[in-house]
Design a protein around this ligand. Structure first.
Ligand SMILES: Nc1ncnc2c1ncn2[C@@H]1O[C@H](COP(=O)(O)OP(=O)(O)OP(=O)(O)O)[C@@H](O)[C@H]1O
Length: 628
């Protein structure tokens, strides 16, 4: 390896597009989105069957109420006023009025049950938004601020839009469905001839309305896209305001947001146009059944349908069915299309790499953001002993720097680590040891060259499969609020107790776990010493299923004997390849081989080989031994 001097500089950012805005996400076909969301929705409803059944039970009372209103009106005429018995007519009207009183308790019951669906729905979205933001920030730290802004928008405005949209949709669709059941049952009971007169025009209106939904959703999506791009651009300008003022480019920079504001306005106008079309469809669905009913009166009278039944049908239409239909259509058009558009941001299509990280692999395991399809293996001949297991790590001709124009930290770097080997990386401070760990784990992309882990290229892999391949433990030792068990099992979700017990035993964590109150006890991260935090993180790495463990000075706060025990336990873990960035000679001496980075060339060998071949290694060992 040849390498120039150590470089520093700002990490590369994804360049903005021509107008300075964040590159747009591709438009997603509405039908594809609905197809993707539908199974998730069904799964959600299956999981919350109890709340759904409760909601249906209360809603059934709404059907009863609807049925009674029309029926009572019909009988008040047929059996009361038209039959010369006004008292009975009034009594039936009283029944209709009383049935309206049912609405109060029904609504209260419905709203109570509704929260059993809406709150878990919102919690799920918040979890997704947080997972996505953390996953993106970890995969691409250079764009962490952007991920954070998107997350804030998702956690606040978009989550609330989705929650309100979902609640409105459930409420109104349910109300229409159960009102329709009551009204259709009522009309069928009064005179079945009413149904073919009233239902077809209503179905036609509904169909017309449904046809306006896809273009409405597209307009809605365009509006949200423009709004997000505008917010993003404005935020980017705000952070760079001082520099813009210093350079005198505020006027030019300001043209970006103006263009985006125009786009947002155009999207808003398109939305308004489609809203007008939808209103027409709504009118058709809402008024046509009344028109056909009135037009069919002579035909219905010929067939013996009574005046009371006609009045009952009109009551069903005007008082129950059509208002419920109008409310539902308004909610579906407004909240429904907004909901779909917002949800597709929480559930991005496969392959965009934006999917939520599986399990909390943040802080100790990192990965790239995009999964670019089936991984291609390293070329034939690159893998020693191909046909047997591929090496745990294969670096080929790496060039690594922090941004264009900065001197590279690694240049022409090659490394092959067979599975099961224990390797130490040493070198002076600032030489690029942590950077190498980041490149190996996919946290930092090399300018040139490839890294393969177990034969699979790291570049372009999603964080989900990467988390099962390797663990990177940084020096900080992140411990999260939660139980001791949750902290140890963080990288092994669903693996059960066995790996945790093994980790506790192998690393000698028993006394620490006991002091903390057992595996089920809550941990206060701030109350732990740096060494205790590192011990828990080492246990977490041991419990993980990843075959490659990379420790970046992850035991630096431990006493030398504890560090030795931890490293040996991790190296002994079945199927493990261990790469340790060493800060003590003792740590390097435990390794099978040592990689020495010195900014000009990398030397690889055993301790004895390096003492002979690497002047820097001789210097380092002398430096390490001197302080004792
Ligand atoms: N995100 C970054 N952007 C720009 N420069 C960086 C970034 N991260 C590290 N560097 C620089 O790259 C060089 C190598 O850093 P790195 O942390 O890899 O060195 P190291 O050998 O691990 O050092 P140490 O032993 O002190 O931890 C340093 O000069 C550092 O300042």
């Amino acid at each position: 390896m040849n390498s120039a001097a150590t470089a520093s500089g700002s990490p590369a950012r994804t360049p903005p597009d021509a107008d300075g805005a964040r590159p747009r996400e591709p438009r997603r076909p509405y039908r594809g989105t609905v197809r993707r969301l539908l199974p998730l929705g069904l799964r959600f409803f299956r999981r919350h069957k109890g709340a759904l059944i409760g909601l249906a039970a209360w809603s059934l009372l709404e059907s009863v109420q609807t049925f009674l209103v029309g029926f009572a009106v019909a009988w008040s005429l047929d059996r009361g006023f038209l039959a010369g018995r006004p008292a009975e007519g009034l009594a039936w009207l009283a029944v209709a009025a009383a049935s309206v009183l049912l609405a109060g308790p029904v609504l209260r019951g419905v709203f109570r049950r509704l929260s059993g669906l809406v709150e878990p729905f919102r919690d799920g979205l918040v979890r997704r938004a947080a997972d996505q933001a953390l996953g993106r920030a970890v995969a691409d730290p250079a764009r962490a601020a952007e991920a954070e802004r998107a997350a804030v928008s998702r956690l606040t405005r978009q989550t609330e839009i989705a929650r309100d949209g979902f609640a409105g949709l459930v409420l109104t669709v349910r109300s229409f469905a159960f009102t329709a059941v009551g009204a259709v049952a009522g009309m069928a009971a009064l005179a079945p001839e009413l149904l073919p007169v009233v239902l077809p025009p209503m179905a036609v209106g509904l169909l017309l309305f449904l046809l306006t939904l896809p273009p409405m959703a597209a307009a809605q999506r365009r509006y949200l896209d423009a709004d997000e791009a505008f917010t993003d651009r404005a935020a980017a300008l705000r952070t760079g305001l001082r520099d813009l003022v210093a350079c005198g480019t505020t006027r030019t920079a300001g043209t970006g947001p103006d263009g985006l504001a125009d786009e947002a306005a155009a999207a808003g106008r398109s939305l308004a146009r489609w809203t007008a079309v939808r209103t027409l469809a709504l009118g058709a669905a809402g008024q046509l059944p009344v028109v056909t009913l009135l037009a069919a009166v002579p035909w219905l009278l010929d067939r013996g349908v009574s005046a009371g039944a006609l009045m009952g049908a009109l009551t069903y239409l005007v008082q129950s069915l059509l208002p419920a239909l109008r409310t539902m259509m308004t909610a579906v058009a407004a909240a429904g299309s907004r909901l779909v558009v917002v949800l597709e941001r929480f559930v991005p299509p496969e392959g965009t790499g934006e999917g939520p990280a599986e399990g909390p692999d943040v802080g100790t395991a990192v990965g790239q953001s995009a999964d670019t399809g089936p991984p291609e293996g390293p070329p034939e001949g690159d893998v020693p002993g191909r046909g047997a297991a591929p090496p745990a790590i294969l670096c080929r001709d790496l060039r690594v720097s922090y941004g264009a124009g900065t001197p590279p930290l690694l240049e022409g770097f090659d490394l092959t680590v067979p599975a099961g080997e224990h390797v130490a990386v040493v070198g002076p401070s600032g030489i690029g040891k942590s950077t190498l760990a980041h490149v190996l784990t996919g946290l930092h992309s090399p300018d040139r060259g490839e890294v393969f882990l177990s034969g699979v290229p790291v570049r372009g892999r999603a964080s989900r499969p990467m988390a099962r391949t390797r663990v990177l433990l940084p020096q900080e030792g992140y411990v999260f609020a939660g139980t001791v068990r949750e902290n140890l099992a963080q990288l092994a979700p669903g693996a059960g107790e066995e790996p945790i017990r093994e980790a506790v035993a192998a690393l000698g964590l028993g006394p620490l776990v006991e002091r903390l109150g057992g595996l089920g006890a809550d941990v206060d991260p701030a109350a732990l010493s740096a060494g205790e935090r590192q011990m828990l993180c080492l246990g977490r790495a041991h419990a993980s299923p990843a075959p490659l463990l990379i420790l970046d000075e992850a035991a630096c706060h431990l006493a030398p004997e504890d560090e030795a025990r931890a490293e040996e336990a991790l190296a002994r873990r079945p199927g493990t390849t261990l790469l340790v960035i060493a800060h003590r000679l003792s740590s390097a001496l435990r390794a099978d081989r040592i990689v020495v980075l010195d900014g000009r060339c990398a030397a690889v060998g055993t301790h004895e080989e390096l003492l002979r071949a690497s002047p820097l290694y001789r210097d380092l060992t002398g430096y390490w031994e001197a302080p004792g």
